[in-house]
Design a protein around this ligand. Sequence first.
Ligand code: AHM
Ligand code: MG
Length: 336
Amino acid sequence: HTADAQRTDLMTITRFVLTQQSNHPESRGDFSILLSHIVLGCKFVCSAVSKAGLAKLIGLAGETNVQGEEQKKLDVLSNDVFIKALVSSGRTCILVSEEDEEATFVEPSKRGKYCVVFDPLDGSSNIDCGVSIGTIFGIYLVEEDQEPTIEDVLQPGKHMLAAGYCMYGSSCTLVLSTGTGVNGFTLDPSLGEFILTHPDIKIPKKGKIYSVNEGNAKNWDGPTTKYVEKCKFPKDGSSPKSLRYIGSMVADVHRTLLYGGIFLYPADKKSPNGKLRVLYEVFPMSFLMEQAGGQAFTGKQRALDLVPKKLHERSPIFLGSYDDVEEIKALYASEE
Ligand code: AHM
Ligand code: MG
């Protein structure tokens, strides 16, 4: 019976969000329209990424396309697609993308009440070798009937209404939270629909994996150094943790969410604020972690409490299983 139900009763992401939002009829239509435009962007990027290797081979003859334009790089192309999809949804007013120095203010006739912050194609150094990459996004709501300003997006992560990512890996997986837990959807290519495959994701309370670029160890601060030392040489009789590092945030965070453990991009002497961007990398991932029962910490505070001052601000980040993040918090606390 169950198997039959799985085959015939398809919980698409649109149906899921509509059902979930049925308590908020006022936002129901608008949010699902916005989401369907984000989903369209993800499907486009998924298809483009899967053809990327091929395009390179046949692209030699056609480095310029029929209009005589140069072929766009995948990250630029992805950004263009997301910006256009989001503007045309008619539901957005401010867009902040990793690819654009300045925020995009949507013209009044196409304006809606949502701000979207996003990294259209994160981990792009992994494209050429076919390793998983992803899109990360966060959504804020603006005060209605007010002229949108940059302050509307310079908000702490805890004010986000929703956040998610789409991973372009061995399958295309979209993980979403609208503030009531975390759910994962997998693209069924034959239907072109994201189907609920990972309902109510909860991160294990403690994990066996740590994930960090250890090549930076020479420049780490005390607590990070001590923490990683503990992962490798635990003194409490527990087994050492495994190290997994893809170098693609979406893939590293996705594994952390499903298997448990901790993902770190700490500060170091060369980059005192770490590498990852607050608005469209740190916040959405921290939002998802908390919604899944984990934690996210900057080395100073709860990540979602941070108030960004600049669009492309960076912050150190430690996120993952509740107990594992508790340990790094204790190490920072004992430093003070
Ligand atoms: P990007 O936005 O230039 O792609 O950089 C972000 C990526 C993340 O996906 C990943 O977590 C991190 O950079 C890896 O950095 P490093 O190569 O320093 O370990
Ligand atoms: Mg990025």
